[in-house]
Each structure stands twice: as structure tokens, then as C-alpha cells.
Design a protein around this ligand. Structure first.
Ligand code: FAD
Length: 333
């Protein structure tokens, strides 16, 4: 095994849009800290953007011991080339042994670009991250494989840093602690706009898209709804609570609702404050995607449905009577 002793520490990329962090960055800082504690090293954050100093401070409150801040006008909007250049500069200077990114569209793009240039390996879309402590210090990055039928654990033995993207919602963020102390290191980075082929002309928000991963309240429905029409009833409850609608794969496969609503092994992994599972039996491929929700309320007419094993509260009965009653009660408050 080569001597990798120059590489130490866990570095986490903090993704944001206009200075607002995506939750996955804080979740990975939490997991990064758990890995760093095992390896007896520090956990560090990488913040790239323009006028994003407050994000660097926020990263400390979520557990970063040191934050590397790359701030330049050319980095205002995410673009692969300048962001990967900035990331590689930090990686070359800091030499972390592990680098983690959210498995978001941006995280996948950035991590892939960096991995090809360094060069090192990249384990994409992981759902479990652990480390073998001294002497190997290997990252054990696991992800579903073979059409999600088994878990594969992937090791990067020949290169450093070891890199992975990880799904949002899988890991728990540390509680925000404004009293936590850490260091912010400004990285000197220069790039000419003329060097960057891609230009951002405008951002057009797709209002129709839902964001399950960032949602605090999810009202999810399954095959028990019997068709697409009753999802309107779920939308009404979600609207009354300020949440979004989720779904089981059975409902998605039946064509009742779009895949972007699917929760579970082949959908999104979510960690909302409140999760309603309505007419969902609780197959393991579904529960793996929602069992870390803070509060789970299941509504099912079958008292033996497995969903009640992961639910904090269970209501046994007909969803067509119960859901409108809850919506009415919420609206009256
Ligand atoms: P069902 O299992 O049919 O359950 C319907 C429930 O509704 C029942 O419990 C029933 O009692 C209840 N019900 C019916 N009528 C009423 C009523 N009027 N009032 C109250 N309750 C009622 N599934 C996912 O969800 N997400 C995934 O990402 C996913 N990935 C998968 C990946 C693989 C490789 C495989 C093999 C499967 C995957 N699945 C996934 C499918 C999963 O195994 C289940 O088939 C699916 O979750 C079942 O969906 P459901 O609970 O909506 O339907």
C-alpha cells in the first residue's frame, strides 16, 4: 500500500444556491465528523461562491473545524470549470484523505470533473459511509448495486483523496451550535472570465418541480389511494400543512403521479420533520427512504401493515374518511 500519510482529514463540499445551503451539505458534515472522529482527524468544509462568508461561518456551527472559503465574482453561479478548478486548488493544498459531495445534480457534476483531473476514484450515489481506522484508513463507501438488489462496498486503495457523492437525507446533520468555534481560511483563487466557456444568462425556476429532499413536511400516498384522483386530496392536506406530496413506487409505476415524488430505494431518501404514509404498506424498499423522518404518521386500514412498525403514530381506518378530516382540522386552526 502506498504511503498516504501526507493526506489527512475529511473535506465536505457545501452546496448552495445564492448563499442558501442545501441540507445535504450539513448532513455530510455530520457524517464527515463521525468519520473524522474515528480517524482522529479534523472535518473541514469547502465553500465556493461569491459573497458567501456567512455560509463559511454557518459551516462551523454545523461541525466544521476548518472552512476553506474560495470567494470570487466569477464563482457567483455554479459552473463546472471554475468550481472544479477552485476545488482542486484546495484539495492540492490541504490534501484531505476523504472528500464528500451531495449526490445532487451539482455534486455529481463537480465530483466527477474533479475525479477525472486528479486523478482518483469516485464512488457515486452512496447511502452508507464508514472508515476502517488505522492503519488502512480506507473509506468504505456503499451503494445499492445490480438494480438495487444488493449493496456494494467500494474501496479506493490506490489513490488519494478517496471521493464519494452521498444521497441527501441519508445522514443526520449535527445540531446547529452557534457557540462552536472553528477557523475560516481564505483561499487565494484567480480565474479570468474569458477562460470559462459556459456563461449563465438567466435562472428560470421550474415551479412545477417539487423538492422532496428539502421538504420539512411530506404527505405520501401509495397504492391504497386506488388511482390518480385521490392524490388531489393529499395535495390539499399538504397545502394546509405547508408540505409537499410524496408517493410509493407502486403509485408511480401505476402512472398516478410523477417519479420526482417517489420516496424509497429507487426514489428519494427523505428526512422531513413530519411524514404521512397514507395507503402505503411499508415495504422495506419504501421505508429505507423515509424511516429517518422525525415524526411518522401512518394511515392504513390493515392493522398488521408493516408501516406501523416504523410509524410513531398509526391510524387504522379508511384513508378516504381520515385524510379529509385531518385537513379540515388543520385548516380550522
Ligand atoms: P401496497 O404494498 O399494495 O400497499 C397498499 C396499502 O394500502 C396496503 O397496506 C393496504 O392495506 C392499504 N390500503 C388500501 N386501501 C386503503 C384504504 N382505503 N385506507 C387505508 N389504507 C388502505 N417502493 C417504494 O415505495 N419506493 C422505492 O423506491 C422502491 N424501490 C424498489 C426497488 C426494488 C429493486 C424493488 C424490487 C421494489 C421497490 N419498491 C419500492 C416496491 C416495494 O417493494 C413495494 O412494492 C411498494 O413500496 C408498495 O407500494 P404501496 O405500499 O403503495 O402498495
Amino acid at each position: 500500500m502506498p504511503d498516504w500519510s501526507a493526506y489527512r482529514g475529511v473535506l465536505v463540499y457545501i452546496e448552495h444556491r445564492e448563499g442558501i445551503a442545501k441540507k445535504v451539505g450539513w448532513q455530510l458534515l455530520g457524517q464527515g465528523k463521525r468519520l473524522a472522529d474515528k480517524l482522529e482527524v479534523e472535518v473541514m468544509a469547502l465553500v465556493i461562491g461569491h459573497n458567501v462568508g456567512q455560509l463559511a461561518e454557518e459551516a462551523i456551527t454545523y461541525g466544521a473545524d476548518r472552512v476553506f472559503l474560495v470567494d470570487a465574482p466569477e464563482l457567483k453561479d455554479y459552473r463546472t470549470y471554475p468550481y472544479s478548478r477552485a476545488s482542486m486548488k484546495v484539495i492540492h493544498e490541504v490534501k484531505p484523505e476523504i472528500v464528500l459531495f451531495g449526490a445532487t445534480a451539482t455534486g455529481r457534476d463537480l465530483a466527477g470533473a474533479i475525479a477525472t483531473h486528479l486523478p482518483t476514484g469516485l464512488t457515486a450515489d452512496t447511502t452508507e459511509l464508514d472508515v476502517e481506522p488505522h492503519p488502512s484508513r480506507l473509506l468504505q463507501a456503499s451503494r445499492p448495486a445490480f438494480s438495487e438488489k444488493m449493496m456494494a462496498t467500494i474501496l479506493c486503495k490506490q489513490y488519494r483523496p478517496q471521493m464519494a457523492t452521498a444521497r441527501a437525507g441519508v445522514f443526520e446533520a449535527l445540531p446547529k451550535d452557534p457557540s462552536r468555534k472553528g477557523e475560516i481560511v481564505q483561499i487565494d483563487f484567480q480565474i479570468q472570465e474569458s477562460e470559462i466557456a459556459a456563461k449563465v444568462l438567466d435562472f428560470i425556476q421550474d415551479q412545477s418541480k417539487i423538492n422532496l429532499e428539502e421538504a420539512e413536511i411530506i404527505v405520501a400516498g401509495g397504492r391504497g389511494l386506488g388511482g390518480p384522483e385521490p392524490f388531489k386530496m393529499l395535495q390539499e392536506l399538504a397545502d394546509a400543512l405547508g408540505g409537499v406530496v410524496g408517493a410509493s413506487r407502486a403509485a408511480v409505476d401505476a402512472g398516478w403521479i410523477k417519479h420526482e415524488h417517489q420516496v424509497g430505494q429507487t426514489g428519494y431518501t427523505v428526512r422531513p420533520k413530519l411524514y404521512f404514509a397514507i395507503g402505503i404498506s411499508g415495504a422495506v424498499q419504501h421505508t429505507v427512504g423515509m424511516q429517518n423522518s422525525d415524526l411518522i404518521i401512518a394511515i392504513n386500514r390493515d392493522p398488521d401493515a408493516p408501516i406501523f412498525k416504523v410509524a410513531h403514530y398509526g391510524i387504522v381506518g379508511d384513508l378516504f374518511q381520515i385524510v379529509p378530516a385531518i385537513t379540515e382540522e388543520v385548516r380550522s386552526r
